[in-house]
Design a protein around this ligand. Structure first.
Ligand code: HEM
Length: 267
């Protein structure tokens, strides 16, 4: 007999709900809008997973489980490496087909991805001006502010190094500690951790570049759909007051773990 309460694949994954969440705005529907929505939703699911891993990494480091933290940094990197092929799916769309529904998306923009911003905050990029973008959504503001109250991943690593006897009070001491770790084979666990961290950071930077190139390929130098939001939240002055591809260009040098990069020069 069929047991009504028996678990099914669709029930476990909530497929009925999941598959009802793609709601194109174009009418009659533009063929490409569905993939546009699905690619974005996929990213947001991965961002959710990444935040979950970030929290687990923090807990592992707080209890000195370095290799577990290292393994999860490798997972973060593996997720980021899914991003570039995902953008390739978008790039199978020609600009004119995108433009057929792009105006319907204004003023929404990936710029308003609160999970992306939370991930940046968790990884150490803490520009609080981004919180203002969400002021109409107090739940999101609370969430971002809560994240800002927590130590960033690098701070957690540094606290761990301090417990292990390294001098880390200044940035130059932190660089020296990293150089010492790389030179000492007995520190293989910490070296593996640092390598997993920089590999994640490197691939995230490559994703930023690919997203920029993809955006330029799609919209050239047109203003981004989030132009008004960006101008409102970040002001007109300075590199972040720009918009569209120009704004994305200004984000390319962002690094989550700048000390790890700087230590390279001193090795
Ligand atoms: C046709 C495809 C896309 C175009 C043309 C595009 C374009 C842009 C532009 C111009 C910006 C700068 C803000 C603005 O002016 O609105 C931006 C920001 C952003 N986009 Fe996209 N994007 C596309 C697809 C995606 C996808 C698939 C994602 C995945 C989630 C994404 C995530 C983001 C994020 C997170 C930002 C903020 C970046 C930051 O502040 O550093 N975008 N996008």
């Amino acid at each position: 007999m069929h047991d009504e309460s028996e678990l099914t694949y669709g029930g476990y994954l909530g497929l009925q709900d999941l598959l009802s969440l793609q709601k194109p705005r174009s009418a009659p529907p533009c063929h490409d809008e569905l993939q546009f929505i699905i690619v974005h939703q996929t990213f947001e699911l991965w961002f959710k997973q990444m935040l979950h891993e970030v929290d687990a990494i923090a807990a592992h480091l707080a209890t000195d489980r370095v290799l577990e933290a290292e393994r999860l940094f490798r997972r973060l990197r593996a997720i980021v490496r899914c991003f570039i092929p995902a953008l390739e799916v978008i790039e199978t769309m020609v600009p004119s087909d995108f433009l057929a529904f792009r105006d319907l998306l204004k003023p929404a923009s990936g710029f308003q991805s609160f999970q992306f911003r939370e991930l940046e905050f968790a990884c150490g990029l803490r520009d609080e001006r981004y919180v203002r973008i969400f002021e109409k959504d107090p739940g999101v503001v609370d969430r971002l502010r809560a994240r800002l109250r927590q130590p960033a991943l690098w701070d957690i690593v540094v606290t761990h190094l301090k417990r292990r006897g390294f001098r880390i009070a200044t940035e130059s001491e932190q660089r020296a500690a990293i150089v010492a770790i790389y030179r000492d084979e007995r520190q293989y666990e910490l070296r593996a951790l640092c390598e997993a961290m920089i590999a994640f950071d490197e691939d995230f930077a490559l994703y930023r570049q690919h997203h920029l190139k993809m955006a330029e390929r799609m919209i050239g130098r047109k203003a981004g759909t989030g132009e008004k939001v960006a101008a409102y939240a970040l002001g007109q002055a300075g590199p972040m007051g720009t918009h569209g591809v120009e704004y994305l260009q200004s984000t390319l040098d962002k690094r989550f773990f700048p000390v790890l990069w700087a230590a390279r020069t001193e090795m």
